[in-house]
Design a binder for this molecule. Sequence first.
Ligand code: PLP
Length: 426
Amino acid sequence: MVKEQAEEIFIEASKEYKRLCEKNMNLVMARGVPSAEQLDLALGVLEALHARTEFSNSDGNDSRSYGVWNGIPEMREIFSDMMGVPSELIVLGNNSSLQLMFECISMGFTHGFGGNEPWCKQGNIKFLCPSPGYDRHFAITEYFGVEMITVPMTNDGPDMDMIEKLAESDEKIKGCWCVPKYSNPTGITYSDEVVKRFAKLKPAAKDFKIFWDNAYCVHTLRDTDIKLLNLYDECVKAGSENNVLFFASTSKISFPGAGVSAVGTGSVTHGELKKRFCTETIGSDKLNQLRHVLFLHDIEGVRALMQGHRKIIEPKFNLILDMLSESIGDLNIADWNNPPGGYFINLNVMNGTAKRVVELCKNAGVLLTDAGATYPYGNDPEDRNIRIAPTFPPIDELRQAAEVLCVAIKLAAAEKLLDKEAEKSA
Ligand code: PLP
């Protein structure tokens, strides 16, 4: 955008922005959650136990009672197919995989892994944080006072040269956050080479853990499912399966508030988890696991359900992508991805304008995820990344929200360029 164009766009966009503000909108395009229509797809979960008189799982245990610390075998089988980890190495939690991640980090701090000193005694623990990434991952490590090191994301996954250099030389680095498939928010899937390099990583810390959060492992948006190489298999070849904690949940398959979560790992770390989890609880919610099994049946059932989700959310993604292209596609002031799966569109606006875009949207009644949220400490060094979450709002609201977003991007870019021009001539 050249100066004359910036002036013209500033005038046009200001007028348009004023008009949109007068509509007094109150729209939310902030969090990646399923819409009510998507949640309706899983109502069968609630009906699955209705009028049932038999509650045994395949182990013969009564799912209404205590016991089965690691969750019912049939549900672990479904997760095994989703996560690529043997079912006997999977432990089921309640509705939140994030809670399991929190619990594993807590375990590192209070008891340590692999017979090493607890992290709380090791001082100045660090984590690698591929970014843009998931804000709630960063919130967990921040909560525990872990120093977070930003690692840039490429189209193949995190910058592995940097991961290797840091993890293999600094024993204070205890972990790395990863969302390997249809990543939050970039939508990319780690390449085979990246997966292999993670499996072959030789961390300086003996108690290093890769947090492999496969939250979007079955969340395909297009005809082609992008394949993620199985990290567990690669780790077995390299003898490193105890270095990884694999996570997934049904939050965006059935219900975020009442789904089932899972963590898998190698047998040694599994034994350590067992000690902790068995002390913590006599078992997770097995009736919920059972009704999920009765509803989903198996991995094919999961995939069929996810096609139903796709039908609802694909048009929403397409709407936003079309509106961005039409409105600002030629202006060279932003770029964004066309995600093949997951829950987000990753938008990069002109450097130094992301906060302003989010502010303009907010003042016009459209709530976006905070600018910077996709980086550790909420600090996007270039102030350019915005995570767009199209799944929740109804399509009409989404159209209005995207209209505001496009105008805000133009206005913020024009303001920035005109400021620069003013600085130059001052
Ligand atoms: N992991 C990622 C990458 C997510 O994007 C989300 C939700 O947005 C979660 C985990 C939350 O998972 P859960 O509901 O199982 O705690």
